[in-house]
Design a protein around this ligand. Structure first.
Ligand code: ATR
Length: 288
């Protein structure tokens, strides 16, 4: 938050349930302070049935915009008057902008964040150069597939425990998407330029994914959307195999950048190390 918020200050926020652990207020308020803006970024956590009322209440611009997180991303897209192509392709919105004329614009910056994370942590990686493998077939996987398709990849291989869900993504995103079952991992990894974990496996302490990353080419980049821990067992396995890795915190910060610009009309200030702040808040240290 700005040190000197006035009555003319701009307000944006994040809405989710739960929202307590969101790092977005920390990131955006650090940028607001660094840029010296008259603004604040606040968390909102409506009851499960209260998302629509909250969004409708902001129609007209009482707040300039909201980031949206679980479980409201699909509902956010449905409530918007003007969804971007990225939000439509992902089937979800993580950003709502409230215009003074009453319109609600929806966008999805997760794909931008994903590609920014690759650009930052795997310099020289070309998203269009080779097939990309995505593990999982939930909303996060769909968004990642849409982002790589928009970036010009020739083939996205969706690998999921439940094949029918991977097939559903292929039906909606088109014939550059190949659905595969988890036991076909070795086949999927052959010739891959990147492998991205977009499953929730391991999040609740249930063992995590056991996939043969050794079957990927030596220059394949391995990414995990999970950022706590930063060096997930999946990324540790990739490093053991000698693969370059990209972490979920880089994606989280990457999706916040275009959101901040959309809210406040300026880019985040370059001198604020929000990654270090986030790591400190999470009680994590850099990967070693
Ligand atoms: P989101 O929308 O946040 O991406 P989701 O819809 O709950 O989350 O999807 C979670 C993904 O993780 C699914 O692809 C799920 O596989 P299924 O479709 O077969 O359920 C995957 N997943 C969760 N736990 C898993 C595990 N232990 N092994 C493999 N995949 C797992």
């Amino acid at each position: 938050m700005s040190q000197s918020l006035t009555g003319a200050g701009k307000v944006a926020g994040v809405v989710g349930a739960p929202v307590r652990h969101s790092l977005s207020p920390l990131i955006h308020n650090a940028w607001i302070a660094g840029a010296g803006l008259d603004a604040a970024y606040v968390p909102f956590s409506p009851p499960a049935t209260g998302f629509k009322a909250l969004v409708e209440g902001f129609r007209g611009g009482a707040v300039c915009g909201l980031n949206v997180t679980l479980p409201f991303k699909e509902e956010a897209l449905a409530l918007a008057d003007a969804p971007s192509a990225a939000a439509q392709a992902a089937g979800a919105a993580n950003l709502l902008l409230f215009r003074e004329d009453g319109r609600i614009l929806a966008d999805n910056t997760d794909g931008t964040g994903l590609l920014a994370a690759f650009a930052q942590q795997a310099p020289g990686f070309d998203p269009a150069a080779a097939p990309v493998v995505i593990l999982g077939a939930g909303g996060a996987a769909r968004g990642a597939a849409a982002a790589f398709l928009a970036a010009g990849v020739g083939e996205v291989r969706i690998l999921n425990r439940t094949l029918a869900r991977a097939e559903a993504i292929a039906v909606s995103l088109g014939d550059r998407v190949s659905p595969l079952a988890l036991h076909q991992a070795e086949q999927a990894f052959t010739g891959a330029g990147a492998v991205i974990n977009a499953t929730s496996a391991g999040l609740s302490g249930d063992g995590g994914l056991d996939v043969p990353l050794a079957a990927t080419p030596a220059d394949c980049v391995v990414m995990d959307m999970v950022y706590k821990p930063l060096r997930t067992p999946f990324l540790a396995q990739a490093e053991t195999e000698g693969r370059r890795t990209v972490d979920g915190l880089a994606m989280l910060i990457g999706q916040a950048v275009p959101s901040f610009t959309a809210f406040f009309g300026v880019s985040p200030p370059s001198g604020v190390d929000v990654r270090a702040l986030a790591l400190k808040t999470l009680g994590l240290s850099e990967r070693i």
